[in-house]
Design a protein around this ligand. Structure first.
Ligand code: GAR
Length: 208
């Protein structure tokens, strides 16, 4: 199966976050510095007290928040989120520490245009606490992965990865910090490549 995305003008993007939003901040900084061409139209969080929402405001980006708990069914939450994204004519959805699975409705509306960053070298250590999983396993290297989101958990086509050494005295905290630095460098680069156009050949992304 081939999927082709051709470069358009400046893509309209929205972020989905659940917490600190440092990846979002790094990307917004690169957009502001004109290192990445994109128009951030909204930052959404499923948590009203997410630190990242305040950060988004300092960049002048509109924020919105509601929780699945406010809806009877998860599908209704996602339907509302899709409506919000469509109202803002969002073209790409950028997950940055959004600690939920993206389900059917968003996937169908944004096929191959939902991106995520994960703090490990996928397919190793998907899911939660990826840095701890890597330390517990005893691997010598870990890193970060930017990937497109599909129906699985951290299973979508890989856009870019960056390797980070694991040091003998690493703790979950020190490793997470080193990986986060790599994340901040890698995410904008990955978006730049995607926005420039790509072809998806089965699982392999070929950049234009
Ligand atoms: C980042 O390390 C990101 O890779 C991770 O959460 C952190 C969010 O930090 N995401 C996941 O683990 C998703 N499975 P941030 O809010 O400062 O960008």
């Amino acid at each position: 199966m081939n999927f082709i995305f051709s470069k358009k003008e400046i893509p309209r993007i929205a972020f989905l976050i659940s917490g600190r939003g440092s990846n979002m901040g790094a990307i917004l900084k690169n957009i502001k510095a004109k290192k990445l061409k994109a128009k951030p139209v909204m930052v959404f969080s499923d948590k009203a007290d997410a630190q990242g929402l305040q950060k988004a405001k300092t960049f002048g980006v509109e924020t919105k928040s509601f929780s699945p708990k406010e809806f009877l069914k998860f599908e209704e939450y996602e339907a509302e989120l899709v409506k919000v994204l469509k109202d803002k004519q969002v073209e790409w959805v950028i997950c940055a520490g959004y600690m939920r699975l993206v389900r059917k409705n968003i996937l169908e509306n944004y096929k191959n245009r939902i991106v995520n960053i994960h703090p490990a070298l996928l397919p190793s250590f998907p899911g939660l606490k990826a840095q701890k999983q890597a330390l517990d396993y005893g691997v010598r290297y870990s890193g970060c992965t930017v990937h497109l989101i599909d129906e699985g958990c951290d299973t979508g086509p890989i856009v870019l990865q960056k390797v980070v050494d694991i040091l003998p005295d690493d703790t979950e905290e020190t490793l997470s910090k080193r990986i986060l630095k790599a994340e901040h460098e890698t995410y904008s680069l990955a978006l730049k490549k995607l926005f420039n156009g790509f072809e998806l050949n089965n699982r392999t992304i070929i950049f234009k």
